[in-house]
Write a new protein. Sequence first.
Length: 95
Amino acid sequence: MRALTISALALLLSTSAFAQQSTVKGNVELDAKQKNVAAIAIGAGNAAKNTAGSIKGNANVSGNTKIKASQSNTAAIAIGIRSTSKNEVGVIGGN
């Protein structure tokens, strides 16, 4: 239970290295792993997301890009009107 709490806290405090309007040129290599992680959204219009190995936004990636991401024992739960949940692995573009 303590590991789950620490993982959830780390997920809440972490931010994406590449925010909106991303441009990556060169040799990029991401190796991300998530294990025993949960994201929960409760209420109207909320989102629960578990994302591993991600470059999001308006991504323009060129060069030798390699993403190796894995998830195990992950859960994303959304409860409420207009709430969403996602488990994403190895995402390059998106919002």
